[in-house]
Design a protein around this ligand. Sequence first.
Ligand SMILES: [Zn+2]
Ligand SMILES: [Zn+2]
Length: 339
Amino acid sequence: MKSLVFRGPWDLVIEDRPIREPQPGEALIRVHATGICGSDLHGYTGATGRRHPGQVMGHETVGHVAQLGSGTTGVAEGALVTVNPMLSCGDCSFCRSGHESACTSLRVIGVHPEPDAAFAEYLTVPVVSLVPLAPQMPADHGALVEPLAVGYHAVGRGEMTPADRVLVLGGGPIGQATALAARRLGAGDVCVSEPSARRRDLLATLGFVTTTPDAVGVAAAEILSGPPTLVFDAVGASGTLTTALTVAAPLARIVLIGMAEPDLTVPSYAISTRERSIIGTFGYSSADFRASAVWAAEAPEDLDALIERTEPLTAGPEIFRALADHSLDAHKILLSPAG
Ligand SMILES: [Zn+2]
Ligand SMILES: [Zn+2]
């Protein structure tokens, strides 16, 4: 089968790799499409070191069950499914309390090098990682469940209430997912700050009020009728977290989602003296992931706008290069082995 292999920074190639036979408890998935995530791009350039030479990336995927391991039940052959890429043990104290993203032996499909990943024609995964999708759902939308789940989990981590004034910093796919989840979960106005005009247009299409990073302090307070009480940093850089701490109300919660920089420098007194909280969030629980799959089937209009287009898997090397060197400015692009 065709696989898109990461050989090192800025070096992706299509290779022929063997299909792994599903063992009992596993399913072979024929990939329909897989989304390119910002974390894949950061891994591709070597910026984060969170991808390993020789591995296949791809964790936002949708496909059909092609074959089940012997004696395996729980899903039907031919079913449209997405894959929860967080391979948690199911047994540690975090897993047992529904905090699978904190699992002590967590591995993530497309991040860790060992598990099969989704920039390929097929991948073999545990059946417990499959989430069946409504058959009438546009298949491409299944690839959005993973990023949507990240936003959904982040809003839960922020313990949002309808009284919160919500600001999202960064309007890329995760900022979009966070804003959508906040609205879905009852937020009034949600303001999103984003430097790219193209992304602001998309957010406006989705019904969000936007501003730019240089104007965010004044604009957010005006749009939200007061300083934000809940801020989501979907970028994760010193600049954005500093902005969050500068514009947020006293006692605000600031949820750190983005992972743009491994070390952050922030004005610490803005945390201590105004009693603001910084809350980490990562991934999602399996309950969040399943809830996001149900939700994705209910809001097709929103989801159509999130996908820029689908490209053939074989175009992966050039698409990654163009996205990473910024010669291509695009919303979510999916790669499809069929295309
Ligand atoms: Zn991702
Ligand atoms: Zn665990």
